[in-house]
Design a protein around this ligand. Structure first.
Ligand code: MG
Ligand code: ZN
Length: 215
């Protein structure tokens, strides 16, 4: 019963996601679904990314948040168009939320749309929003066991950012085993080691992201 209900919800979501994907393709917008735990550093990474790319490509952001507009206010400072979605306790964004938010965006004027999903390693991975690719931020302080504990999000994501890499010496995070687990779950996954406080790995991340938009 419960399984059937979940299947119906995901089926309906997939239909709207397909509509979104078609619209994004027609308008020439590349969409990144940015996921990760609360506190993994998604918004700070986003701020750094926007600062670097703002004069190179046109970017807009959709911010998913449970209740507040705190992240959207931060992103607005970077001078890009930002749409806030409050899920009122909902733990993920779905395709219809994105469809509604896009009504307020001039998609023709955008090269890259970044969607910061609700902080959560579980169901954001289950809900297609019509993105071109998913990215997951895993911070060093969360522990190296997370890929094996939450495999779906790493399987679904084209890229993982091992963030707060500057904190590595202060934790027991095993970088080698985390990389091995990621590659076991998803053999073609792209991995970046980043720090937004030390500006580590951001040149490579920027170049990769620009490559996705140019394609
Ligand atoms: Mg955030
Ligand atoms: Zn959820």
């Amino acid at each position: 019963m419960e399984i059937k209900l979940m299947r119906n919800i995901l089926g309906a979501n997939d239909e709207i996601a397909a509509q979104n994907r078609k619209i994004f393709a027609e308008r020439g917008v590349i969409v990144m679904n940015l996921m990760g735990s609360p506190g993994s550093g998604k918004t700070t990474l986003l701020e750094k990314t926007l600062t670097r790319l703002a004069d190179k490509i046109k970017i807009a952001v959709i911010e998913g948040d449970l209740f507040t507009a705190k992240d959207a206010e931060r992103i607005e400072q970077a001078g890009v168009d930002v749409i806030q979605i409050n899920t009122a306790g909902g733990c993920h964004l779905d395709a219809s939320m994105i469809q509604k938010a896009c009504v307020s965006l001039n998609l023709d004027a955008i090269d890259l749309l970044i969607v910061e999903n609700v902080g959560n390693l579980v169901c954001p991975a289950e809900f297609d929003i019509g993105e071109n690719f998913k990215a997951v931020v895993l911070s060093i302080t969360e522990g190296d066991d997370k890929p094996l504990k939450y495999p779906l999000i790493f399987k679904e994501s084209e890229v993982t950012l091992l963030n707060k890499i500057d904190l590595l010496p202060f934790t027991n995070f095993n970088l080698q085993s985390a990389r091995e687990d990621l590659t076991t779950i998803h053999p073609t996954i792209k991995i970046f080691e980043t720090s937004c406080t030390k500006d580590t790995g951001l040149d490579d991340w920027e170049a990769w992201l620009l490559g996705k938009v140019a394609r």
